[in-house]
Write a protein that binds this ligand. Sequence first.
Ligand code: GDP
Length: 446
Amino acid sequence: MFATLSDRLSATFKNLRGKGRLSEADIDATAREIRIALLEADVALPVVKQFVGAVKERARGEEVSGALNPAQQIVKIVNEELVTILGGETRRLRYAKNGPTVIMLAGLQGAGKTTLAAKLALWLKDQGKTPLLVACDLQRPNAVNQLQVNGERVGVPVYAPEPGNGVGNPVAVAQASIEEAKRRLHDVVIVDTAGRLGVDAELMQQAADIRDAVRPDEVLFVVDAMIGQDAVTTAQAFLDGVGYDGVVLTKLDGDARGGAALSIASITGKPVMFASNGEKLTDFDLFHPDRMASRILDMGDVLTLIEQAERTFDAEQAMKAAQKLQGQGGDFTLDDFLEQMQQVRKLGSLSKIMGMLPGMAQFRDQLDNFDEREIDRIQAIIQSMTPAERANPKLIDGSRRARIAKGSGRQVSDVNTLVDRFFEARKMMQQMAKGGGMPGMPGMPG
Ligand code: GDP
């Protein structure tokens, strides 16, 4: 996501590096390049104009001319303006004070609404809520069933009209679901509504009727980021037809340019509240404009990485590993190494993880081409060792290496590389433990 924009902007900033003062021509050239970068990323024209205008005006001002490092100051300005167009502060869900919080989803068919309903339910469940999913998409033949299947997968009950009960009346279903939620003490109700292929007055009216019947605390407009500029047009149509409080962007994983994400908040005046970036039901999170801006500028998104790690890792195991590292790095075995690798893997693909670290844009090609199966190969090698060898890798001599290579279907040289790297890593850990802690993260660019 945002790869082209990221690359373009870094190239622009590179040209400024080392300049003690920025001339009017430097500022114009920079503004022009930023404009091209945004247009190439498919950002809506009015947003591009506003953005470039703001950067240019600020670049001419005191904060840059008086700065010791003007290039760095420009990066700071672009970062702040990116946060602004992405919607400013993170907008969190508002929960009702009394009774269940009602969240209604609206959007085009295929936007990913039904998938999103389940993702949101899971996310809420993880926050300690007890959501109820409501199937009001009675238009698309399989929608109710799809919600039921997904609801089961995330362990959240689904309220749906009885099968065989005709087409049903989505307004009545929505209304009844609120009563059901009160009876069963659910604190959040997620209402999935019927989508439409295009902007269609009748279905838009149906969504408005459901809205009036259940008086939602939040209406969320769900939109597929891959449809680019059309996302902005559709967002405007739904704003006029149904109205909503916030936007959910789906399929951000498939959108290399990111134009919809960058345009929608400015054009509609409604914040992007959540982003969905994969087919897995856990590929979903709050949308943080500041973190997104950081990622675009290749300053990394370490906060998200930490949060994901906290959610994914077994706390006790992590603690044990940390103690081992801190206390006596020498005890670190190939079993620990394997265990750590398996834990990190739960976070997602290596390229996804690395993409969240600062300064990784330059390695994007390598990351994209990284063969995730390499990790399987390493695992296979370790698993072909005896428990004694894993606990004490010094045992692994020439003949053992040949046996391990045979057992894992690899070459002896692969085993050699793995063992050498393990010893190197362990040495580094011991040094770090002595030196008191992990090395710092690389800083901001510039
Ligand atoms: P609805 O018609 O709006 O209810 O859309 P669905 O929930 O049925 O989703 C349409 C398709 O998009 C399905 O194949 C989903 O698996 C897929 N999908 C949904 N969200 C995402 C996402 O964030 N990333 C990707 N890659 N696919 C998604």
